[in-house]
Design a protein around this ligand. Structure first.
Ligand SMILES: [Zn+2]
Length: 306
């Protein structure tokens, strides 16, 4: 048996299932905020450098030996300010959010954890903290999953329904999630516009694919204005909405508090939401609701899984 035998290059092919979204919606849109600030590599937490990913210093390299207090504060903008700005933008429009929650980050900001609970955002576990799961052995990875779940149960008041690795998954991650139990789905997959089932360790397991394309990471690494970002993601929405006349899909939009939480970028998000709200048949919803809808309307069939 070779490794590529557990890859599926064909998927749904030219005949994807009709998702039958509620109320005949032509598209299901899920907005995700990545709650990461406080879980990134840092010297106080034992790493040898200060992380600058997806901040103003992204890609510039860190010339600082020792703690980089500037980089640390760029992260803190996300949890101190960006979180509340994004929460306001969604609340003003009465729209839901999904949180990709790094467990340690939420321990370090009880105010945000409480706001997430009160707003009834669904939480998909984004790991214990920023760690390369590919560098953990199986026992360590199992322990990280366990610690993350226990932590989120305390901070946001419930088990995370989903899982999405910060960095990519290891070859063991999906099986360890199924063995841990309690996960409705994972999102460690980028290869589709619709959820699908897999059989993992003999059990049904739902995958709700994610994307880094419709993501505010596009703001990092190049100078992009709010209009650039808005028109890029709007184009994705418009095409999926057109396709949705006959073949509806789902769309994920990923956001980072320390990036799109800044005013000049958050404007692009407001434009995007207001664009989507002009159309009929747009189901803006939480990730868990997409997962539960799929489970109810497209139940697992062993012969249909890979
Ligand atoms: Zn993330």
């Amino acid at each position: 048996m070779t490794a590529d035998l557990d890859r599926d290059f064909a998927g749904y092919g030219s005949t994807p299932p009709h998702p039958k979204w509620p109320n005949g919606a032509r598209i299901a849109v899920n907005f995700v905020i990545n709650y990461e600030e406080g879980s990134e590599p840092s010297i106080p937490d034992g790493e040898t450098y200060s992380e600058a990913g997806l901040t103003e210093a992204h890609g510039l390299g860190s010339p600082v030996q020792g703690r980089d207090l500037a980089a640390e504060s760029m992260f803190e903008y996300g949890s101190r300010v960006g979180f509340w700005r994004l929460q306001r933008i969604f609340a003003e429009r009465n729209l839901p959010l999904t949180v990709f929650g790094c467990a340690l980050a939420l321990e370090r900001n009880p105010l945000a954890a409480e706001a997430i609970r009160r707003a009834n955002y669904d939480v998909c576990c984004h790991g214990w903290r920023w760690i390369h799961h590919t560098k953990l052995d199986e026992a360590e990875e199992r322990e990280h999953i366990r610690m993350a779940v226990a932590s989120l149960e305390k901070t946001v008041g419930g088990r995370p329904a989903g899982w999405y690795c910060r960095y990519g998954p290891s070859v063991n991650t999906r099986r360890l999630l199924v063995e841990e139990g309690g996960f409705t789905y994972d999102s460690d997959y980028y290869g589709d516009d619709l959820p699908f089932w897999r059989t993992v360790s003999g059990k049904p397991h739902l995958i709700v694919p994610y994307t880094l394309t419709n993501n505010d990471g596009k703001y990092a690494g190049w100078v992009g204005t709010s209009d650039d970002w808005f028109s890029f993601v709007r184009d994705a929405f418009d095409m999926l909405y057109r396709e949705g006349r006959t073949a509806p899909k789902m769309m994920s939009v990923g956001l980072h508090l320390r990036l799109i939480g800044h005013p000049a970028r958050a404007v692009g998000l407001e434009r995007l939401l207001d664009h989507m709200l002009k159309f009929e048949g747009v189901w803006i919803t939480r990730r868990i609701d997409i997962a539960n809808h799929w489970i109810a309307t497209h139940p697992y069939r062993p012969q249909a899984s890979v």
